[in-house]
Structures are given as C-alpha cells and as structure tokens.
Design a protein around this ligand. Structure first.
Ligand code: G1P
Length: 288
C-alpha cells in the first residue's frame, strides 16, 4: 500500500515574477485554493496521508497553509461560518513533513532529499505545477498498475512534436490499452532526437531503490540531477511502466496554462459556473 507522497516545491518560480518574488509559486491560487492543495487532495483521495514537501527559501507560507490557525478558527467559529471552518480544517488528519533542498540542484536531487522520510517504501511523486482534473482518476489508476506489476509507474501524455523539448520523453513498448513498458527515457530532447511523443507528466510512483541511483549518478541536462536520468538507471534493475493520461491537465507553471486551469476549474464550481459561462460568452461576442 502506498502511504506517502513527495511534493517538490523548492523552485524559484521565475516564470511568475513579480508575484513569486516573496511568495511561493505553489501558493498561487487557482480559484480559491493554492496550486499545491490540488496535488495534496488528489493524493489524499487515493488514501495517502503522509506528505513530504521539499521546500526552499520563501516557502514558509506552505507550512502555515497546512497547519492549524487557532485565531482564524476562533474567529470563524464565533461568526458561525461553519463551512469555512470545515474547509480550513480539512487537512487536519494528514501529516506533513518539510525538507529544505538548500541548493537548486534539480528534480532528482529534490527527490533524493526525501529519502530519510520515505525510507524503504514505494511512494508517489507529484509535481504540483501539473494540475490534473480533480474529477479524474489518474493517480488511482497508476496505483492500481503499481499494485498489479509491483513496478514503478509514470504518467504519460501524447504531446505535439513541437513540445517534446519541454518534457522527459520515453521510448516504450505498448503493453495494452494506454499502458506502455518503458525502454528508455530522455530529458527534454530536441525534436529530431526525440524517440516518441510520449511525455512524462508530473505524477510518478517510485520504489525506494531509486534513491541508490540518485545518490550515485552524475548531474545531467543543464548541470542538474534529473529524475529522468535516475529512471533510466533504474531500468537496468527493474521494469518501469507508463500510463497515458487522456484527461485534462493544466501546466499551471506556465502563465497561459495557469489561466486555463483557473477558467476550467472555475467552470466546474456550482457556486458561480453559470455566471462565469455567461461572462465568457458575452466577452467572446465583444471580441469578435
Ligand atoms: C520535469 C521533469 C520532466 C517532466 C516534467 C513534467 O520538468 O524533469 O521530465 O516531463 O517535469 O511536468 P520541469 O517541468 O520541472 O522542467
């Protein structure tokens, strides 16, 4: 059973400056929830109760967010705002640990930092920039594959050739329906050298033997320790599977993706979806 999730959140968020000058990118709200909360709730819906968040400078508000806030709770209680009170207390039953990455040495290094907390268990890695439609079951489906094959699983998406340079790309053998057995991976290849258009997106189920590889491997692309390289190394020891995701994913680390996530997730909100739909339609008419 998978009990732990590692959420890397140490990046500088330069694509969102000036908003991220003093606040973490992970705390930018999509509608009314910080980005990272979507990833936490997605994992929680799969039974995960322990979270290791890899942080860095200017990230304290993430810790405060998942902590209790006595003054606010008291205030809401007295004002009779029970719904909001439940909302801010909904993470009470989860455990959060924070590790500071210290130096920005890459995603592989960020995951390596989680070793003392993960220890000898399989675990989820979730990149909170990649927002998966909360009504979808990607992570649950990945966990099912992990349970069947007892092998690491990464989430994949078919991307246009013009975008392969933004992702880790796999070469794989088709197993059945949306499942691939991975033969090799390459981090952010040029279009000409890309082995496929199957891109790794920010959900992984890993086994603890990845730490041995991370500890020994040299830095890779851009001088950083790449998780993609560690997965390539792990392939020498065990099978790794990839599951194609066909639902909605928003790259909220990108400004346009962030706007798309905001609009689409707001459209799912019963409290104002009708009003927003009307607004979008009337704005589109004006733009014509
Ligand atoms: C990271 C990984 C990359 C993966 C991507 C998914 O890249 O290194 O292999 O495809 O996440 O979002 P980043 O987006 O951090 O540059």
């Amino acid at each position: 059973m998978i009990k732990k999730a590692v959420l890397p959140a140490a990046g500088l968020g330069t694509r969102f400056l000036p908003a991220t000058k003093a606040s973490p990118k992970e705390m930018l709200p999509i509608v009314d929830k910080p980005m990272i909360q979507y990833a936490v709730e997605e994992a929680e819906s799969c039974g995960i109760r322990e979270f290791v968040i890899i942080t860095g400078k200017n990230k304290r508000s993430i810790e405060d967010h998942f902590d209790s806030s006595v003054a606010l709770e008291e205030n809401l209680k007295q004002a009779g705002k029970e719904t909001l009170l439940d909302e801010i207390n909904r993470h009470r039953h989860l455990a959060f640990a924070y590790i500071r990455q210290g130096r920005p040495l890459g995603l592989g290094h960020a995951i390596e930092c989680a070793k003392p907390f993960v220890q000898n268990e399989p675990f989820v890695v979730s990149l909170s920039d990649d927002i998966i439609d909360p009504d979808d079951t990607l992570l649950a489906d990945m966990i099912e594959i992990f349970n069947t094959y007892q092998s690491p699983v990464v989430a994949l998406e078919e991307v246009p050739e013009s975008e392969v340079h933004k992702y880790g790309i796999i070469k794989g053998i088709h197993v059945k329906s949306d499942l691939y057995k991975i033969e090799s991976l390459i981090e952010k290849p040029a279009r000409e050298e890309s082995p496929s258009n199957l891109a790794v997106i920010g959900r992984y189920i890993l086994t603890p033997d990845i730490f041995d590889i991370l500890e020994e491997m040299p830095p890779g692309r851009a001088g950083e320790y790449q998780l993609t390289d560690a997965l390539n190394g792990l392939l020498a020891k065990r099978d790794i599977y990839g599951l194609i995701y066909r639902g909605a994913r928003y790259d909220a680390g990108d400004k346009f993706g962030f706007l798309q996530a905001t609009i689409n997730l707001a459209l799912k909100r019963p409290d104002f979806s009708d009003q927003l739909k009307e607004y979008i339609v009337s704005t589109a008419e004006k733009l014509r």
